[in-house]
Write a protein that binds this ligand. Structure first.
Ligand code: FEO
Ligand code: CA
Ligand code: CA
Ligand code: CA
Length: 659
């Protein structure tokens, strides 16, 4: 998510900027203010001396050249580009269908109640598709191309869009009514994840509501803590003397599907769910502060004491992990794999290395936080699924240091090595993992501009790091080359010898994002990129079976970039490298998550998250957006139905490969 977004910001009086405190808690203007001040789209003179070269990016000559280059096959993509812009609907490239597959409130089980937004209940929501779909993964069943499990994270809830009669306007701002216990429980049931069987009928995907493996995971689902930190005193609470049993998962942002077909849910902005105050001089104070706990964005702690720090000071230590779900057993207990560290986990995309070990790339989404990877100790066994089921409990977690000369190092986070000793408060590997951020600080990892999804390309030994933005950066460095980085950038990691387990490598900046026709932005899209093709704020990414990169975004808007978020196809190879084109765009207020191409590239699943959350800056609405006065009622467009986050299946008309 962009940040804990307007819903939480409006809900509480704490107007902290919601992507957390970071290492630099100094108050600064919001990103919108900075963009308005520095990169005013209307105020810039294009084609001045300083920007002559950049102005050429949109000249007819360049566009002609682009057409020729594409005709010569320089680009890996050939679809007709969507026009960038903002409106109430979604749009896909001509020749493709974008079909709404699963909406918030849709049945996940045959016996689930029909969605009734004016009579929501916890019991109903536990049987229905959750809110704010983020990560999407597809796990084929029985090797069939027309049958599989869709796994979907439900990252968070927007109360002002979900619930009728909770918003009042005061002095031009939204105020959301205090939660009731019922509402808190509905919100908890709308979090987590969904596992649902899909079948292809007549070329279109349909949910199989009586699928044996269908499942809802929520903020109350029983889970197990495993790996080096499991059972540690710092994970024990009054409800769980073992330090191994925890209820639920929250703020599951991006994620992954492992080579052995399990579903990974990454716990990201966990701080917002805790309220209250730690007892004075509590030993967890430093740890909680480093993660922004308590963020007090949600009020669950008023009804569930485990979210109240004063009553359960260790509960936050049981969140911020990577969760693994065995989707082949709907009764399986999801496992929080502590070996992969604890921070604001964006995602966990993986790849099998040459020697059979499995490498997971992990971003910590906060300004000035880090890029990590985890290398399993054991090797993947493609012939024995059961043998892989605990691979994530043993291995090495590394944090990245990007050097100015284009080299990089992966520094291991191992107790007893370097500064990770008792002297610095790390008594064991459990301490290193519980306080991963502080360990990485001491190892002098490179503070980045909000690392989001990191996508390896198994064909090339490279990985693509989405760095979404960081408007608080005041000093540039080679890997984060722009101060007040409003539009983000993408780094390409080249692992040594193409070996994903390597501890050294090289890196390059693939793209600096933003409008290339505005010189001061400093965007570096290729000159073949059209006015529709550039984007800001890269967030999620996918590499398809042909090794092509797709990027989805979070934070574009009429005011900031003159466009909604969407899915862009980005060339990484040859002369076309750095060329981007728009394939799909979302309705006003939404971000695009979870881009998931199927292995045969005939379907692209995408997740439209928080549609209708915003629209003040769009002439089609021009005011705050909330349940009673929405900027869009996508995808139903019915007066009695609110806007609904949804997963969309994109296919080519008449069938065939996408792109
Ligand atoms: Fe949930 Fe970092 O976006
Ligand atoms: Ca994200
Ligand atoms: Ca984001
Ligand atoms: Ca991804």
């Amino acid at each position: 998510m962009t940040d804990l977004r307007q819903s939480q910001i409006f809900r509480t009086s704490k107007l902290e900027e919601a992507d957390g405190p970071g290492l630099n808690p100094t108050a600064t203007p919001t990103m919108g203010d900075i963009i308005a001040a520095r990169f005013s789209r209307r105020g810039f003179l294009k084609g001045s001396m300083a920007s002559a070269a950049i102005a050429a990016t949109v000249s007819p000559v360049a566009l002609l050249a682009a057409g020729e280059a594409r005709a010569q096959g320089a680009s890996a993509f050939s679809f007709p580009e969507v026009e960038a812009g903002v409106d109430a609907d979604h749009h896909v490239a001509e020749g493709y269908d974008a079909d709404v597959l699963l909406r918030w409130g849709d049945k996940v089980f045959a016996d689930a109640p029909e969605f009734d937004p004016r009579a929501q209940s916890e019991a109903a929501q536990e049987r229905q598709f959750g809110y704010n779909n983020d990560f999407v993964g597809f796990i084929p069943l029985d090797g069939a191309a027309d049958r599989g499990l869709l796994v979907v994270n439900h990252e968070y809830t927007n109360e002002h869009l979900m619930f009728p009669n909770v918003v009042t306007l005061q002095d031009g701002e939204m105020v959301v009514a205090d939660a009731t216990e019922d509402r808190a429980n509905i919100e908890m049931a709308a979090h987590g994840g969904t596992v649902i069987e899909l079948r292809k009928e007549g070329g279109k995907w349909v949910p199989v509501l009586d699928g044996r493996l269908n499942r809802r995971i929520t903020a109350k689902t029983r889970m197990q803590l495993t790996g080096p930190a499991a059972g540690h005193d710092r994970l024990k609470t009054s409800e769980d003397a073992s330090g191994t049993e925890v209820l639920g998962t929250i703020n599951n942002c991006a994620g992954g599907v492992t080579p052995w077909g399990t579903y990974i849910m990454a716990e990201e902005n966990i701080h917002g769910y805790f309220l209250g105050e730690l007892p004075a001089d509590h030993p967890e104070a430093r740890n909680h502060e480093r993660l922004g706990v308590p963020g007090a964005s949600y009020q669950w702690g008023r009804f569930h004491k485990r979210f109240d720090l004063g009553q359960e000071p260790n509960e936050p230590n049981r969140f911020g992990w990577i969760v693994e779900v065995d989707v082949m057993d709907p009764a399986s207990v999801p496992k929080k794999r502590t070996a992969l560290g604890r921070f604001k986990h964006e995602g966990a995309e993986s790849v099998v290395a040459k020697d059979g070990r499995v490498v997971f790339y992990l971003g910590d989404d906060e300004r000035f936080d880090y890029v990590y990877k985890f290398v399993t100790a054991g090797r993947y066994n493609p012939d024995d699924r059961a043998a892989n089921m605990d691979l994530l409990d043993e291995g090495t977690l590394y944090v990245a240091r990007f050097e100015a000369d284009g080299s990089m190092r992966w520094i291991p986070l191992v107790h007893g090595e370097g500064p990770l000793t008792a002297e610095n408060g790390f008594e064991s590997q459990a301490d290193v993992l519980i306080e991963t951020r502080r360990a990485a600080d001491l190892l002098e990892a490179t503070p980045m501009d909000r690392p989001e999804d990191i996508q390896p390309n198994p064909q090339t030994g490279r990985a693509y790091v989405m760095l979404t933005n960081n408007t608080k950066r005041t000093e540039a460095n080679a890997a984060n080359p722009r101060v007040e980085n409003a539009f983000g950038h993408i780094i390409e990691i080249l692992e040594a010898d193409g070996d994903f387990t390597a501890t050294t490598g090289r890196w390059e900046i693939l793209l600096q994002c933003g409008d290339p026709s505005v010189a001061e932005v400093g965007a570096t899209f290729s000159t073949e990129t059209t006015k529709n093709g550039w984007f800001g704020m890269p967030d999620n990414a996918a590499v398809d079976a042909d090794g092509r990169l797709w990027v989805s975004t979070d934070g574009n808007s009429m005011a900031d970039t003159g466009r909604t978020d969407g899915l862009w196809a980005v060339d990484t190879e040859g002369d076309a490298r750095g060329t981007s084109r728009l394939f799909y765009r979302v309705p006003v207020g939404a971000e695009l998550c979870g881009p998931c191409p199927t292995e045969d590239m005939t379907t692209f699943f995408v997740a439209v998250q928080h549609p209708g959350d915003g629209g003040e800056d769009w002439e089609g609405h021009g005011r705050l957006s909330y349940y009673e006065d929405l900027s869009t009622r996508w995808p139903d467009f019915q007066d009695d139905m609110p806007v609904r986050p949804a997963v969309v299946a994109i296919t080519r008309q008449g069938g065939g490969r996408i792109g």
